[in-house]
Write a protein that binds this ligand. Structure first.
Ligand code: PHE
Length: 453
């Protein structure tokens, strides 16, 4: 299974390029689409606090570990786990970790692309002026109409998959780097603008209170798991995306500083999205727990009623699609790199194969919103099942294993050298977090959910 490794592995042109690409991977639908709706479903403030704690105590140390593993081996995640576990003389079962990540990537991208398809459909709606002067019920009608149509969903999902695969086919420098260079800053500006609009709705305080006043009685075992799962999802960790990006990272770059910057940006974007969305939810008498349609049922109201809304709406959805693209390329990159490095495929062939599989898998999600909406396993539609399986189970399990591997299997000498922290104290803090805090937290939350705790 190992295959022969070829030395065709790319490298970022600079630290800045890595920061852009990894931020591009982290910032995506998770921040703007998912964070607000799961916060709404899980009661607001208390959920946000658990999420923030998970990012700080579990997410950031694991993100550093994952980047470090990739950079040390300079190979795709599957080969990375093989090389590093052999180097440490560890059990062969560690080899499976890379595979699990690749599978998680396929599953996530299969539904991610369908949701990104919604965003793409909204680019067209914004362009044709569909939001103009519309009220909350008209906006809801637009959304319901879209997800009821398999044909429309398949069309947009296909378009998004095509775009993703053609960027990946161009390789690390020419494709991925160029694509993210301009997108991130523009997205930021758009969010600030939406926050400014939210301040004029009259329900700004209510929105802020919902987001930041914790009511711990609303927190269930499952919402704690969702908050932790989201910390993994939003930082792109636990499946090899950050590992493969780390493998393209030059040796002289400080991993800790870079990771803090990326995780910080990611968190700020999510909070800004929440601050923009909830005031509109309350001002329009909508339900915070409206589910996956939340941003599509709220933001267009803002665009339809503000001056310059046509242009801003258009720009916003274009940005959202680009943010999704810079994440989707990192979901499939581990699989593509493996096919190229171990299976002798050209990048183009590898993209065709992996893209087609993901595209087909995506039909499950498409139909779960309409013709198969009654089909449920464990009380969940296919989309909900995929989301739960990947974000709440596969990514935390992957992250747990990465933490154990970096903390307990690799030698101190290797991790210390690779992380290269100037201050010995910060290395000690990381070591405690990665050896004890992060794995224990993941484990305890799992125990809590299955009812043992
Ligand atoms: N972090 C991305 C987002 O927030 C999603 C993602 C998950 C990307 C896992 C890569 C790996 O949208």
């Amino acid at each position: 299974m190992t295959g022969t490794k070829k030395s065709i592995h790319g490298q970022w042109s600079s630290r800045f390029a890595f920061i852009l690409a990894a931020t591009g991977s982290a910032v995506g639908l998770g921040n703007i689409w998912k964070f607000p709706y799961i916060t709404g479903e899980n009661g607001g403030g208390a959920f946000v606090i658990v999420y923030l704690l998970c990012v700080l105590l579990i997410g950031i140390p694991i993100m550093m570990a994952e980047t470090m593993l990739g950079r040390r081996s300079r190979q795709n995640p599957i080969n990375t786990m093989i090389t590093l576990s052999d180097e440490a003389g560890a059990d062969k079962n560690w080899h499976y970790l890379g595979w699990m990540g690749v599978i998680a990537g396929f599953l996530i991208l299969s539904y991610y692309s369908v949701i990104a398809g919604w965003a793409s459909a909204y680019v067209l709606k914004a362009f044709t002026g569909s939001f103009f002067d519309a009220d909350a019920s008209e906006i809801k009608g637009l959304f319901d109409g879209l997800i009821a149509s398999p044909i429309q969903l398949i069309f947009w999902h296909s378009l998004f998959m095509l775009a993703t695969m053609s960027i990946v086919a161009h390789g690390v420098k020419t494709g991925i780097e160029k694509a993210v260079r301009f997108l991130m800053p523009s997205l930021f500006v758009m969010l600030i603008l939406l926050v400014a609009y939210a301040m004029t709705t009259g329900s700004y305080d209510q929105g802020i209170e919902f987001l930041f006043t914790p009511d711990f009685s609303k927190l269930t075992g499952d919402s704690v798991l969702t908050a932790m799962g989201h910390a993994f999802f939003t930082l792109s960790i636990g499946m090899g995306a950050i590992m493969i990006y780390g493998s393209y990272l030059p040796k002289d770059v400080s991993i800790s500083k870079t990771v803090f910057l990326i995780a910080g940006t990611d968190t700020v974007v999510a909070l800004l999205a929440g601050i923009a969305i909830f005031p509109i939810v309350f001002a329009s008498g909508l339900e915070p727990a409206a589910g996956p349609g939340l941003i599509f049922q709220t933001l267009p109201i803002a665009f339809g009623n503000m001056t310059g809304g046509w242009l801003f709406g258009l720009l916003f959805f274009v940005m959202l699609v680009f943010a999704a693209l810079s994440s989707s390329i990192s979901l499939i990159e581990p699989a593509v790199a493996w096919l190229v490095e171990n299976r002798d495929m050209s990048r183009k062939q590898a993209c065709i194969w992996s893209g087609s599989i993901t595209w087909l898998l995506g039909f499950g999600t498409v139909f779960s919103f309409n013709v198969w909406s009654g089909f449920k396993v464990f009380d969940r539609t296919i989309f909900q099942l995929l989301d739960y399986l990947t974000a709440n189970l596969l990514l935390p399990i992957g992250g747990f294993c990465i933490a154990v591997f970096a903390g307990w299997i690799m030698t101190q000498q290797h991790t210390e050298h690779e992380l290269g922290m100037p201050n010995p104290l910060s290395y000690q803090v990381w070591k405690i977090l990665i050896c004890y805090v992060a794995p224990a937290a993941v484990f305890l939350i799992f125990l809590h959910v299955v009812g043992v705790l």
